[in-house]
Design a protein around this ligand. Structure first.
Ligand SMILES: Nc1ncnc2c1ncn2[C@@H]1O[C@H](COP(=O)(O)OP(=O)(O)OP(=O)(O)O)[C@@H](O)[C@H]1O
Ligand SMILES: [Mg+2]
Length: 584
């Protein structure tokens, strides 16, 4: 209620700007609350009517007061209903807008953002935190308007009726403001902490749910339970502190007002003080006694506002997060797929180790380049840079002779199909997973062809529902190899001139692998392909094989050349074939 920082006003103004699309509902709601508020002093003034009726002699209308009271209550109820219902319309619209907006802006954020933030915190923000924000503008505004108008109406009536007595109440105002201010500052701080700890709870819960297999296998029930208990306990302590602050404020304010009220009663009961009519005084006291209810609601709502502002800061920070860097202006229409990498060096943001160190590589249009090398040598990172998941610091990547950064991300990525090392499937059918995103309206025939080419149809035949078989969350109903084949089919359906396969065949048995191999060779023929593989048997036919180590290219050539060289590749090769038992 009393914004203590200049930032709060800006914050609140930004929040209130979200009400614009539904301002007409908001206006109707306010009208309802004004009607409701106006009935309050009217109810108090009935005291005067009662007194006049009692002293009025035989010709007064005894039905007048009861009917009037009933009428006022009816008007008040209608006003309250209209006010509350239309405010609910505003509130739900606001939650919907904030939620979809923060979700949409999240989808555009750079890769780095997702690696740096906890998914639990993000989920909490998009689902639950928006409710807090909404409460600050709708429920709080409802109460501020309804009870604020009520207080003003009551105060106006009191001033009009006896302004001298009313001065007693006005004298308490600075004291009350002080209490409210103190609680505001404290509430904001505590709400921030509480938000954080609620996010941690969501995070731990999500992690444990996803990792149930590891938890069972490594008997981590006790340690996970403890981790969750600690987080929950911390949250509980913060919530208790917050309640303490918010619940203490109301009785303190009430007490300050009660002191003024009892002074008033003392004065009023003193015979020489009241020179007006008895009825007028009673009406005045009734109005003064109605005031604490509004005052209580106003102080309580302050905590809702502070909590909402704390939440809004977080939500707006998410909304203001810079989307993926996309400086390119040109649309890349079609590409031959000629890729040149020049002196490329890269380190992950915030780390000082070079993951890629001065890489130069030419991947000619329509050719297949295989990248091999030890785990952690930077193969996946190189593929991610080609797909522009990160901005690189040094060097260039050219496509058909132009710097890739000249093109818009969208048009550039349309030219690339990726099967990544960690395949993600979405909860839906196999068909939906193959025809994903932009390609969701692909024809049934195209989907079937992709499924056939990636040997998905081979296991589809055993499924009575075929393409309509549900894969479960992240494809849990499928085996590792089946998941990969679905991912390959998805990439094939995209039919892009550049194909990146990161360990695409690692989860396949020998037979499926050779089938996939045949299929891939077919699709690779017309495409520029980057294959990252651990199993060397899959890449013998590549046009060029590049060996990486610690972010550098240490060898390159064809399979035959590299074997003849007798270097790293030759050693890797002989070791693998010895392991496989292929060489007896
Ligand atoms: N998102 C990231 N943030 C920071 N460092 C990372 C990130 N991803 C990878 N790294 C680091 O970069 C290095 C190269 O990782 P990369 O995934 O490119 O290796 P790789 O050659 O694909 O290995 P593998 O064969 O095991 O898949 C590793 O040392 C890794 O720790
Ligand atoms: Mg990798």
């Amino acid at each position: 209620m009393s914004p203590e920082k200049p930032g709060s006003i800006a914050l609140y103004r930004r929040l209130v700007s979200y009400l614009k699309p539904t301002w007409h509902y908001f206006a109707i709601s306010i009208l309802g609350f004004i009607v409701y508020a106006a009935t309050q002093p009217w109810l108090a003034s009935i005291m005067k009517d009662i007194e006049e009726t009692l002293n009025g002699g035989p010709d007064v209308n005894y039905l007048y007061v009861p009917l009037l009271a009933l009428g006022i209550v009816l008007v008040r109820g209608t006003g309250e209903f209209v006010g509350n219902f239309f405010m609910a319309l505003v509130a739900r619209g606001l939650v919907h807008r904030l939620r979809t907006q923060s979700f949409d802006s999240m989808l555009l954020l750079p890769t780095r953002f997702f690696e740096d933030s906890s998914s639990g915190q993000l989920i909490y923000k998009v689902t639950a935190l928006v409710e807090n924000v909404t409460a600050a503008v709708t429920r709080a505004l409802t109460i501020i308007i309804r009870e604020g108008a009520t207080s003003i109406a009551l105060l106006g009536y009191m001033i009009w009726s006896n302004w001298k007595l009313t001065l007693i109440f006005l004298a308490t105002a600075p004291l009350i403001a002080l209490v409210v201010r103190w609680t505001s500052i404290r509430m904001r701080k505590l709400s921030k902490q509480m938000q954080q700890s609620r996010g941690v709870i969501t995070h731990i819960a999500a992690e444990s749910i996803n990792g149930y297999k590891e938890i069972k296998a490594f008997e981590a029930q006790a340690s996970e339970s403890q981790r969750f208990r600690d987080a929950s306990l911390k949250n509980m302590q913060q919530e208790v502190k917050r309640s303490l602050t918010s619940e203490a404020a109301t009785p303190i304010v009430q007490f300050i007002y009660a002191v003024a009220l009892s002074i008033l009663l003392g004065i009023a009961l003193y015979p020489s003080m009241n020179n007006g009519s008895m009825g007028e005084l009673m009406a005045y006291v009734a109005a003064a006694a109605l005031m604490p209810k509004s005052l209580r609601q106003l102080t309580t709502v302050n905590s809702v506002i502070q909590q909402g502002l704390a939440a809004a800061e977080d939500i707006f920070a998410l909304l203001d997060e810079k989307p993926e860097h996309d400086p390119g202006q040109r649309e890349l229409q079609t590409t031959r797929g000629d890729i040149v990498i020049q002196n490329l060096s890269f380190q992950y943001p915030g780390q000082d180790k070079h993951v890629l160190d001065n890489i130069s590589l030419h991947i000619p249009a329509g050719k297949t380049v295989a990248i091999v090398g030890r785990s952690g040598s930077g193969k996946t990172t190189l593929a991610k840079l080609v797909a522009r998941f990160y901005d690189y610091q040094q060097g260039n990547i050219l496509i058909d002779g132009s710097d890739v950064r000249e093109f818009t991300l969208k048009s550039y990525r349309r030219q690339i199909s990726i099967v990544s090392q960690q395949v993600t499937l979405f909860n839906g059918t196999i068909g939906e997973n193959i025809a994903f995103g932009l390609y969701q309206d692909a024809s049934h025939d195209d989907i079937l062809r992709a499924a056939k080419d990636a040997y998905v149809s081979e296991f589809l035949e055993q499924q009575p529902k075929g393409l309509d078989t549900l894969v479960g969350e992240d494809g849990v109903n499928l085996s590792g190899g089946q998941r990969q084949r679905v991912a390959i089919a998805r990439a094939l359906l995209k039919n892009a001139p550049i194909l990146i396969l990161d360990e695409a065949t690692s989860a396949l048995d020998n037979e499926s692998e050779s089938m996939i191999q045949a299929a891939l060779e077919k699709v690779m023929r017309h495409r520029t392909t980057i294959v990252i593989a651990h199993r060397l048997s899959t890449i013998e036919n590549a046009d060029l094989i590049v060996v990486m180590d610690e972010g550098r290219i240490i060898e390159s050539g064809s399979h035959q050349q590299l074997l003849a060289n007798g270097g790293h590749y030759a050693r890797l090769h002989s070791r693998q074939f010895a392991d496989n038992g292929d060489i007896a």
